[in-house]
Design a protein around this ligand. Structure first.
Ligand SMILES: Cc1cc2nc3c(=O)[nH]c(=O)nc-3n(C[C@H](O)[C@H](O)[C@H](O)COP(=O)(O)OP(=O)(O)OC[C@H]3O[C@@H](n4cnc5c(N)ncnc54)[C@H](O)[C@@H]3O)c2cc1C
Length: 409
């Protein structure tokens, strides 16, 4: 009230706008959710505060502020489910940890299935989730109808047979997550340096990375971690590293505000569409990634048409809502759909990448595990499978993450 009535002139900045110093113990490249969470846990869990987060744009300008905010831990495979369950537990305590309202809302995530085969797969996944200490409920058609009576249950092509529900899943306010982590890290002494692009890496005579070259000069560091999401291949390429990652655009959409209608998050199991409703009332939905590679952070009509067709097939009443806006973000698509948290084969360099379209929900655990790796040089126990060399050794974690692609479920 005081700040509003005084013309918004007295707000305390949430974090210090730091100028780069000559050297740090650790530099994190990328001020998205993952980079900021890493800095926060380096400071709060490992007591390492001589840290800089270097961001080429502004905090919240990347995918952390562009996603559809879905948080869940509904994976099947051994390499994934413990990690995402740990992430969900961190989400459950995040607001207390950061002392910041991230609007974490556990309103449930429901994956619909449309055939007997899909029911079997959902039951198997639900059992794996339960075995890992997570929560899962297999709903029949009537139970889904009670939750979401507005869906098209009688579609001849895609009848709804039931759904796998994770009640502890839900959503959080994405930009508040970035701001909360930035504020907490900065409060513990981390330098957050915006408008500073990394252009290359400093190397010693052995070829080890000893810092970064930026638009604001060279900055030395004991270790450098990269967490640049859709730009992973480009930034790793500056150190001569070729990652098993392609960049693709993913778009999302929001409608005008409606009265509360959608109880949680709903994903269509037969076409490219998932939806939730924001606290402001907008229907927030999305579909598939673009099929071709791109670094262009914008949308295109074919995906708009594909998503709207799928939306109309699942919930025809959405055709009455007006679309407010759409946007795009660049996804770092790994070749098996799972991420990488590992030391690079170049000394001094550490990689956090390959989050595909599901990295928002991973933010706390990704930061936790990357901080653990940077501080101890050992992988965290829930992230031991996220090795870079798995693509060479064949130990891939072939799970596409229950995202918008039904063909990949
Ligand atoms: C439309 C859309 C919907 C999505 N929906 C979901 C969802 O519902 N649930 C979910 O779990 N995930 C979702 N995702 C994925 C999720 O947003 C990402 O996986 C995650 O945000 C990536 O991590 P980040 O937050 O650190 O990325 P970013 O916020 O993109 O952070 C990376 C930062 O690195 C910076 N950077 C890049 N190059 C350089 C450089 N050379 N120097 C300095 N800085 C650099 C960028 O400017 C950027 O700020 C969605 C993504 C999109 C686009």
């Amino acid at each position: 009230m005081r700040n509003a009535l005084s013309g918004h002139k007295k707000w305390q900045p949430a974090w210090r706008d730091a100028a780069p110093r000559e050297a740090y113990d650790i530099i994190i490249v990328g001020g998205g959710g993952h980079g900021l969470a890493t800095a926060h846990y380096l400071a709060s869990v490992h007591g390492i505060t001589n840290v800089a987060v270097i961001e080429k744009g502004w905090i919240g300008g990347g995918n952390v502020g562009r996603n559809t905010t879905i948080v869940r831990a509904n994976y099947l495979l051994e390499g994934n489910e413990p990690f995402y369950e740990w992430s969900l537990r961190l989400w459950e305590g995040l607001e207390q940890d950061l002392n910041y309202n991230a609007m974490m809302s556990q309103r449930g995530v429901l994956n619909l299935f449309h055939s007997d085969a899909q029911r079997d797969a959902a039951a198997r996944r639900g059992n794996a989730m339960l075995l890992h200490g997570s929560d899962a409920e297999l709903l029949d058609r009537d139970a889904v109808r009670k939750l979401a009576p507005f869906l098209n249950f009688d579609s001849a092509r895609f009848p709804i047979e039931g759904g796998l529900l994770q009640r502890r899943g839900g959503s959080a306010r994405h930009d508040a997550v970035a701001w909360g982590y930035a504020r907490a890290a900065s409060g513990r002494g981390v330098d957050i340096i915006q408008n500073c692009e990394v252009l290359g890496f400093l190397r010693d005579a052995r070829g080890a990375v000893t810092g970064v070259e930026t638009t604001r000069g060279a900055i030395r560091a004991g270790k450098v971690g990269i967490a640049v999401a859709g730009n992973s291949s480009r930034v790793a390429g500056m150190a001569g590293l070729r990652l098993p990652i392609e960049s693709h655009v993913l778009q999302a959409f929001v409608s005008e505000a409606l009265k509360p209608v959608i109880p949680g998050v709903i994903t269509f199991g037969a076409a490219h569409f998932y939806i939730s409703q924001s606290d402001k009332g907008g229907l927030v939905f999305g579909g598939d990634v673009d099929g071709y590679n791109s670094y262009a952070q914008r949308g295109n009509l074919p995906i708009v048409e594909d998503t709207c067709e799928s939306a109309m097939a699942l919930m025809p009443m959405i055709g009455r809502a007006r679309l407010l806006r759409s946007w795009g973000g660049i996804m770092d698509m790994s070749m098996d759909g799972s991420p990488i948290i590992d030391r690079a084969p170049v000394d001094g360099l550490y990689v956090n990448a390959g989050w595909c379209y599901g990295g928002f929900k991973a933010t706390p655990a990704s930061g936790w595990c990357f901080a653990h790796l940077l501080a101890t040089d050992r992988p965290h126990e829930v992230a031991t499978a996220y090795r870079l060399d798995r693509f060479a050794t064949g130990r891939i974690i072939d799970e596409k993450g229950q995202g918008p692609q039904p063909n990949l479920h």
